[in-house]
Design a protein around this ligand. Structure first.
Ligand SMILES: Nc1ncnc2c1ncn2[C@@H]1O[C@H](COP(=O)(O)OP(=O)(O)O)[C@@H](O)[C@H]1O
Ligand SMILES: [Mg+2]
Length: 234
């Protein structure tokens, strides 16, 4: 079994009386793609916000390569190799596609242009480098966001519903992209499209009411009666 790169223990984040994340343990194995699934409101976005540092944890610990990062701000986690894209697109609409990615690439030494174009090529947007980002289709904006994450050359890339709003052809591009990222990059993917999950994920965590309902391989998750009742059931 691959070594654990990112590990969370006992993570808690409540909002008032609402237990958005309520004692979650999660291990990401190096080089794998791991899917996080569960009904709307289950706490998926909150959980990855805790992992990325966008939202502070109330209790619990997060380690990256065995180093405690629980209290590090988001930018410090990015510098250590944890990159994430939001559920809501957060591109710079008035900048070109190229410049959006170049802003991320400039954190690394090397050729800005080739690094930027390589990241754009991985998501299939290299032919749109000169276009104003805000004029891209919604699906292409999502892919641009992923290119921005990739340009950071992360160890762990966290994607919150990356295929939401993508056309089928774009979903195929996305799946090929993730297959090409692992095992160099570890991927944590929040995903509602079960075909994408079952196709890509080495391991799956099911969240329900802020707690882990089940974890396992796609086969184990598919066969789990509690998961079928709470989530897959139809
Ligand atoms: N900043 C916040 N303030 C108050 N409640 C929040 C906040 N963020 C999320 N929540 C609530 O926490 C619960 C989990 O939300 P979220 O993590 O977005 O779930 P998911 O991504 O699984 O749909 C929801 O009930 C949501 O309304
Ligand atoms: Mg969400």
């Amino acid at each position: 079994m691959a070594a654990v790169i990112l590990s969370a223990r006992g993570l808690v984040r409540h909002f008032g009386g609402l237990r958005a994340v309520d004692g979650v343990d999660l291990d990401l194995h190096r080089g794998e793609s791991h899917a996080l699934i569960g009904p709307n409101g289950a706490g998926k976005t909150t959980l990855v916000s805790l992992l990325s540092g966008r939202v502070p944890v109330q209790s619990g610990t997060i380690t990256l390569d065995g180093v405690d990062i629980t209290r590090l701000p988001a930018h410090a986690r990015v510098a250590r190799g944890v990159a994430y894209t939001f559920q809501i697109t957060s591109i710079y609409a008035r900048l070109s596609v190229f410049d959006n990615v170049a802003l991320a690439v400039q954190r690394h030494p090397g050729d800005l242009r080739s690094g930027t174009m390589a990241a754009l090529a991985r998501v299939g947007l290299d032919d749109r480098a000169g276009q104003e980002a805000g004029t891209l289709s919604y699906g292409h904006q999502r892919l641009l966001e992923i290119a921005m994450g990739l340009a950071l050359r992360p160890k762990v890339l966290i994607l919150d519903e990356p295929t939401q709003g993508l056309a089928n052809a774009e979903i195929d591009t996305f799946k090929a992209l993730v297959r090409g990222l692992v095992p160099d990059t570890t991927v944590l993917l929040i995903e509602h499209n079960m075909d994408v999950v079952m196709d890509l994920a080495h391991r799956i965590t099911v969240l329900n009411f802020g707690q882990v309902l089940a974890q396992g391989t796609p086969e184990q998750i598919r066969a789990n009666p509690a998961v079928q009742a709470a989530y897959l059931g139809d």
